[in-house]
Design a binder for this molecule. Structure first.
Ligand SMILES: Nc1ncnc2c1ncn2[C@@H]1O[C@H](COP(=O)(O)OP(=O)(O)OP(=O)(O)O)[C@@H](O)[C@H]1O
Ligand SMILES: [Mg+2]
Length: 321
């Protein structure tokens, strides 16, 4: 099963200011603000939803195809992803813009001043899927994640027109998009968290049942409560979260879930197994700071799978690791 993952590719630059922004802001001089904060820490984290999902799938031994737009500063990030099994040959490289970047400075009171530079991401709308399908010998599923909104619409329309099954995963972009019906109608899978599920219904004007009648499988992640899987005419399936060892930082847990879920599907396992694999990979992401900082050891993964979901279930996964 060949899976392409389309969506944002970005880096986060996180700085800590060992003081208080409020002490530097002079109320009657705000019309001429020119401030520089001497920060004592810079963390650069690889991120972007598509890159995060591909990273997790690569760790599990698949070779997912990353689809998105970057700048010519992508070389290091590309080799990192390639080293982790990701096919980056179809990533579009902009001549004009840098890779999307999130810059955030946090002060000692946890106040933040941040900017998000979309940069090359706006060129994702220029990407056509057919040449990618031709290069790899056909696509069995395309996940369409948060990205340039025009790119999301274009990829969805192309999948529909060419009959390529797609998974809708609009997440953060749901809030700002109006054509949400176009994004999810006919999706083989719809991924949301609980909040996004309500937002989906509000934005489409469809009831929960109507949404379900228009997608194959609806996957709703429930944070520490795990995940619920719904299909029209079938009882809901609930799968508990995997026990985590230590909670460090939740960025990227949703993406890790998708990576585990899609990988298990590509192994031809059941939806229940896929949900379990997703939950367990998400727990790995929760245990580190940053969306692509976790590591995976096949045997250890299988052991944890057995502890969380039983020996038989773990046995099905073990065959593929
Ligand atoms: N406290 C937790 N313990 C174990 N697993 C968790 C916990 N929180 C989240 N998870 C796992 O992560 C999955 C996704 O979490 P969640 O529903 O919070 O996604 P999300 O809101 O899309 O997250 P984000 O977008 O911030 O990555 C859950 O289905 C579950 O498997
Ligand atoms: Mg999410």
């Amino acid at each position: 099963m060949r899976i392409a993952v389309a969506g944002s590719i970005a880096t986060d630059h996180l700085m800590s200011f060992p003081g208080r922004f409020a002490d530097q802001l002079i109320p009657d001089q705000l019309h001429t603000v020119s401030l520089s904060f001497l920060v004592d820490e810079l963390e650069i984290r690889r991120g972007g939803v598509a890159a995060n999902i591909c990273f997790g799938m690569g760790l599990l031994g698949r070779r997912p195809i990353l689809v998105g737009a970057v700048g010519d500063d992508f070389a290091d990030y590309r080799s990192w992803l390639e080293r982790h099994g990701v096919d980056t040959a179809s990533v579009h490289v902009s001549d004009l813009h840098h890779t999307a970047r999130f810059l955030c400075t946090t002060d000692q009171d946890h106040n933040q001043i941040a900017s998000f530079y979309t940069g090359a991401m706006s060129e994702a709308r220029q990407i056509e899927l057919q040449p990618i399908a031709d290069r790899v010998g056909g696509l069995d599923l395309v996940l369409i994640g948060a990205d340039d909104p025009d790119a999301m619409i274009r990829h969805t329309e192309e999948c529909r027109a060419r009959g390529i099954p797609f998974a809708a995963d609009p997440s953060q972009q749901l809030a700002r998009m109006d054509d949400v019906r176009d994004l999810i109608d006919g999706a083989a899978y719809l991924f949301t968290n609980e909040y996004e599920k309500s937002l989906c219904e509000q934005k489409t004007g469809w009831t929960s049942e109507e949404v379900l009648s228009r997608v194959g499988v609806r996957v709703t992640t429930l944070g520490p409560k795990g995940v619920r899987i719904d299909r029209a005419g079938e009882p809901s399936l609930h799968v508990d979260a995997a026990p985590e060892v230590k909670k460090v930082e939740p960025t990227g847990v949703g993406d890790a879930f998708r990576a585990g879920f899609l990988t298990a599907l590509s192994w031809d396992l059941s939806l229940e197994r896929a949900a379990q694999a997703g939950n367990l990979l998400a727990a790995h992401a929760l245990e580190v700071a940053g969306p692509q900082e976790y590591t995976l050891h096949g045997e250890h993964f299988v052991e944890r799978f057995a502890d969380a979901y039983g020996k038989d279930a773990a046995g099905e996964v073990a065959q593929h690791l």
